[in-house]
Design a protein around this ligand. Sequence first.
Ligand code: 5GP
Ligand code: ZN
Length: 132
Amino acid sequence: MCIFCKIINHEIPSSVVYEDENTLAILDISQVTKGHTLVMPKKHVANILEADPETVAQCAETVRKLAIQITANTNASGCNILNNTHESAGQTVDHLHFHIIPRYDENDAIVIAFNESKPQDLGEVLKTVRGE
Ligand code: 5GP
Ligand code: ZN
Protein backbone atom coordinates (compact mmCIF):
# COMPACT_ATOMS: atom_id res chain seq x y z
CA MET A 1 0.00 0.00 0.00
CA CYS A 2 1.35 3.46 -0.85
CA ILE A 3 2.31 5.92 1.88
CA PHE A 4 -0.61 8.27 1.20
CA CYS A 5 -3.09 5.36 1.28
CA LYS A 6 -1.62 4.49 4.70
CA ILE A 7 -2.20 8.09 5.81
CA ILE A 8 -5.78 7.98 4.45
CA ASN A 9 -6.33 4.71 6.38
CA HIS A 10 -4.90 6.31 9.57
CA GLU A 11 -2.06 3.77 9.64
CA ILE A 12 0.40 6.68 9.55
CA PRO A 13 -0.36 9.90 11.47
CA SER A 14 -0.75 13.20 9.65
CA SER A 15 -1.89 16.75 10.29
CA VAL A 16 -5.33 16.87 8.70
CA VAL A 17 -6.29 20.25 7.28
CA TYR A 18 -9.56 19.13 5.67
CA GLU A 19 -11.40 15.91 4.96
CA ASP A 20 -14.56 15.01 3.10
CA GLU A 21 -16.00 11.84 1.63
CA ASN A 22 -13.63 11.76 -1.34
CA THR A 23 -10.62 13.91 -0.54
CA LEU A 24 -8.08 14.50 2.22
CA ALA A 25 -5.81 17.49 2.76
CA ILE A 26 -2.79 17.25 5.08
CA LEU A 27 0.17 19.43 5.94
CA ASP A 28 3.20 18.44 3.88
CA ILE A 29 5.77 16.97 6.27
CA SER A 30 8.38 19.27 4.76
CA GLN A 31 6.88 22.76 4.84
CA VAL A 32 8.38 24.57 1.84
CA THR A 33 6.51 27.59 3.18
CA LYS A 34 4.32 27.84 6.26
CA GLY A 35 0.97 26.20 5.47
CA HIS A 36 2.21 23.96 2.61
CA THR A 37 -0.67 21.52 2.14
CA LEU A 38 -1.26 18.40 0.04
CA VAL A 39 -4.70 17.63 -1.40
CA MET A 40 -5.30 14.04 -2.49
CA PRO A 41 -8.17 11.76 -3.45
CA LYS A 42 -9.01 9.02 -0.94
CA LYS A 43 -9.16 6.62 -3.87
CA HIS A 44 -5.70 5.46 -4.93
CA VAL A 45 -4.77 6.71 -8.36
CA ALA A 46 -1.14 7.18 -9.35
CA ASN A 47 -1.36 10.50 -11.13
CA ILE A 48 -3.58 12.83 -13.17
CA LEU A 49 -2.84 10.94 -16.39
CA GLU A 50 -4.52 7.86 -14.93
CA ALA A 51 -7.28 9.54 -12.93
CA ASP A 52 -10.97 9.51 -13.84
CA PRO A 53 -12.66 12.90 -14.38
CA GLU A 54 -14.77 12.70 -11.21
CA THR A 55 -11.74 12.16 -9.00
CA VAL A 56 -9.92 15.10 -10.57
CA ALA A 57 -13.01 17.30 -10.19
CA GLN A 58 -13.33 16.39 -6.51
CA CYS A 59 -9.68 17.28 -5.92
CA ALA A 60 -10.01 20.51 -7.86
CA GLU A 61 -12.92 21.64 -5.69
CA THR A 62 -11.00 20.88 -2.49
CA VAL A 63 -7.96 22.71 -3.88
CA ARG A 64 -10.13 25.70 -4.74
CA LYS A 65 -11.71 25.87 -1.27
CA LEU A 66 -8.44 25.40 0.59
CA ALA A 67 -6.47 27.82 -1.58
CA ILE A 68 -8.88 30.54 -0.40
CA GLN A 69 -8.90 29.36 3.23
CA ILE A 70 -5.15 28.81 3.58
CA THR A 71 -4.12 32.01 1.80
CA ALA A 72 -6.46 34.03 4.03
CA ASN A 73 -5.58 32.30 7.31
CA THR A 74 -1.81 32.45 6.77
CA ASN A 75 -1.93 36.07 5.63
CA ALA A 76 -0.08 34.94 2.51
CA SER A 77 -0.02 37.30 -0.43
CA GLY A 78 -0.57 34.47 -2.92
CA CYS A 79 -0.08 30.78 -3.46
CA ASN A 80 1.31 28.26 -5.93
CA ILE A 81 -0.80 25.25 -6.82
CA LEU A 82 1.41 22.49 -8.12
CA ASN A 83 1.08 18.95 -9.37
CA ASN A 84 4.10 16.82 -10.26
CA THR A 85 3.39 13.97 -12.66
CA HIS A 86 5.99 11.23 -13.05
CA GLU A 87 9.57 11.22 -11.83
CA SER A 88 10.82 13.54 -14.58
CA ALA A 89 8.49 16.23 -13.21
CA GLY A 90 9.50 15.62 -9.60
CA GLN A 91 6.78 13.20 -8.45
CA THR A 92 8.08 11.21 -5.50
CA VAL A 93 4.82 9.72 -4.18
CA ASP A 94 2.78 7.83 -6.76
CA HIS A 95 -0.63 8.80 -5.38
CA LEU A 96 -2.24 11.82 -7.07
CA HIS A 97 -1.80 15.00 -5.03
CA PHE A 98 -1.81 18.73 -5.47
CA HIS A 99 0.46 21.04 -3.49
CA ILE A 100 -0.95 24.30 -2.15
CA ILE A 101 2.04 26.46 -1.26
CA PRO A 102 1.29 29.82 0.35
CA ARG A 103 3.57 32.61 -0.86
CA TYR A 104 4.77 35.42 1.33
CA ASP A 105 7.35 37.05 -0.92
CA GLU A 106 9.49 36.34 -3.96
CA ASN A 107 12.35 35.04 -1.81
CA ASP A 108 10.37 32.15 -0.31
CA ALA A 109 12.15 28.77 -0.24
CA ILE A 110 10.33 27.63 -3.39
CA VAL A 111 11.88 28.43 -6.77
CA ILE A 112 9.78 28.06 -9.92
CA ALA A 113 11.73 29.23 -12.94
CA PHE A 114 10.40 29.52 -16.48
CA ASN A 115 13.80 29.63 -18.14
CA GLU A 116 14.27 30.68 -21.73
CA SER A 117 14.51 27.71 -24.06
CA LYS A 118 15.28 27.50 -27.74
CA PRO A 119 12.67 29.16 -29.98
CA GLN A 120 9.90 26.85 -31.17
CA ASP A 121 7.78 26.89 -34.31
CA LEU A 122 4.39 27.43 -32.65
CA GLY A 123 2.51 26.04 -35.66
CA GLU A 124 4.50 22.83 -35.37
CA VAL A 125 4.03 22.72 -31.60
CA LEU A 126 0.28 23.22 -32.01
CA LYS A 127 0.06 20.25 -34.41
CA THR A 128 1.99 18.13 -31.93
CA VAL A 129 -0.10 18.97 -28.88
CA ARG A 130 -3.34 18.60 -30.87
CA GLY A 131 -2.17 15.21 -32.09
CA GLU A 132 -2.43 16.21 -35.77
P1 5GP B 1 5.81 15.08 -4.86
O1 5GP B 1 7.30 15.29 -4.92
O2 5GP B 1 5.45 13.63 -5.15
O3 5GP B 1 5.03 16.05 -5.69
O4 5GP B 1 5.39 15.42 -3.37
C1 5GP B 1 5.39 14.50 -2.34
C2 5GP B 1 5.31 15.29 -1.06
O5 5GP B 1 4.91 14.43 -0.02
C3 5GP B 1 6.66 15.90 -0.64
O6 5GP B 1 6.56 17.31 -0.59
C4 5GP B 1 6.92 15.28 0.74
O7 5GP B 1 7.46 16.19 1.66
C5 5GP B 1 5.54 14.80 1.15
N1 5GP B 1 5.56 13.63 2.00
C6 5GP B 1 6.24 12.47 1.78
N2 5GP B 1 6.00 11.59 2.77
C7 5GP B 1 5.12 12.20 3.62
C8 5GP B 1 4.50 11.79 4.83
O8 5GP B 1 4.68 10.67 5.34
N3 5GP B 1 3.66 12.68 5.42
C9 5GP B 1 3.42 13.92 4.90
N4 5GP B 1 2.58 14.71 5.56
N5 5GP B 1 4.00 14.34 3.76
C10 5GP B 1 4.84 13.49 3.13
ZN1 ZN C 1 -2.25 5.45 -2.59
